[in-house]
Each structure stands twice: as C-alpha cells, then as structure tokens.
Design a protein around this ligand. Structure first.
Ligand SMILES: C[S@@+](CC[C@H](N)C(=O)[O-])C[C@H]1O[C@@H](n2cnc3c(N)ncnc32)[C@H](O)[C@@H]1O
Length: 180
C-alpha cells in the first residue's frame, strides 16, 4: 500500500498503521516505530522519502536464526517496507530470508569481506544500519568480542560510503555503543 497516494501528508501513525494492516501486527512494535521515526529524522519529513533509493544493512528478515527466529514480527524488514510505502526504492541485506517483499532483498553474510562489492557505487541517497552490531546472532556468529565488532563496523562503513551519492546520508542506530 502506497501511503503517499492518500490525501494525508504521511506521518508516523499513517505509515505504521498501513504497514501493520499489510503485514500483521508485530508482537512488539518498537522496531517498526523506530524505523519510521529514523526515516523521518534523517530526511526531515516522511514525504521526502519518496523517490529516494535507500540501502538497509542487516535490515531484518521474515525467517532466520537468532532474534529473527525468536521474534520474527519484531525484527521484520520494517525500514525497507516503510521506504516502499512512502514511494521510495529500497534494497535490504540480511542473513535471514525475506521472500515476497516489495523491495530488492539479498541474502548476504555481512561478516564477509567485500560483501557490499556487488552493489553499484554512488547509487544510494541513504544507507541505514540499525541494531546490527548489538544483534545476538552476529555476536554468536563469532563477533562476541567488541574489538572485532569495531573492526567489522569500520570496514562495512568504509564500503558503504562508496555506495552513497555525493549528498547521500548514513543513518546509524545501535545500542552497541558501550566501550566504543
Ligand atoms: C536486531 S535485528 C535488527 C533488524 C533491523 N535492522 C532493525 O533495526 O529493526 C539484527 C539483524 O541483523 C541480522 N544479522 C546478524 N548477523 C548478520 C550477518 N552476519 N549478516 C547479515 N545479517 C546479519 C539478523 O538476521 C537480524 O535481522
């Protein structure tokens, strides 16, 4: 459902309610709400997301291991879904699976060097990465050590910056900040 085709200027309630009616009510909707709020904050209004091309690194999935398996509706790919609902274009990357979505999804292991190299340079208006480094799955997959996560974050960000258009923005949110 495209919320931009309604007569209302899109606000957080319009977008979250539209996504809930399309994909089902999450058990806990904080990830959904936080994703839409982050888009509004980053682009200064939800209307501004229309026609933007946005990459989401560790976007969430419909089936997967770890937290996705435990809470599939909480950690669903809400941000790319919201981008599409707002008339933008989204590309989502995750190690889980997200079939039948309206955005381009790639199953990618973000621990692998050069894992973003298949994407075209300078092609995104925005790149989101949220709650990846605090992911219990990532930490179980060999990144329990904070120094390893710092190194991974550095290399992912160096690659991500090359994918941004000259005036593109990085949106980063994570609770994995202690000791950084
Ligand atoms: C806590 S969820 C956050 C989802 C979404 N970004 C959000 O903020 O709502 C973390 C996501 O990272 C993914 N993830 C963890 N380790 C990964 C890896 N090595 N490669 C790709 N995705 C990974 C998980 O599958 C999960 O979907």
């Amino acid at each position: 459902m495209l919320v931009t085709t309604t007569n209302r200027v899109p606000d957080i309630d319009l977008v979250t309610n539209s996504l809930k009616s399309e994909y089902g009510e999450p058990a806990d909707d904080f990830a959904l709400n936080a994703s839409v709020r982050r888009l509004e904050y980053a682009f200064e209004s939800l209307s501004a997301v229309a026609r933007k091309r946005i990459l989401d690194i560790g976007c969430g999935a419909v089936t997967g291991r770890g937290e996705v398996e435990a809470n599939p509706r909480t950690w669903a790919p809400w941000l790319p879904r919201a981008v599409v609902a707002l008339g933008g274009e989204a590309v989502g990357l995750d190690t889980g699976r997200a079939p039948n979505e309206k955005f381009e999804f790639h199953r990618v292991d973000l621990r692998q060097p050069h894992c973003l190299d298949f994407l075209s340079g300078e092609s995104f208006d925005g790149i989101n990465c949220s709650n990846l480094f605090s992911s219990p799955l990532l930490q179980r997959l060999g990144f329990a050590d904070v120094e390893m996560r710092k190194t991974l974050r550095q290399s992912l960000y160096e690659s991500a910056v090359k994918l941004l258009k000259p005036d593109g923005i990085i949106i980063h949110f994570d609770s994995d900040f202690y000791d950084w």
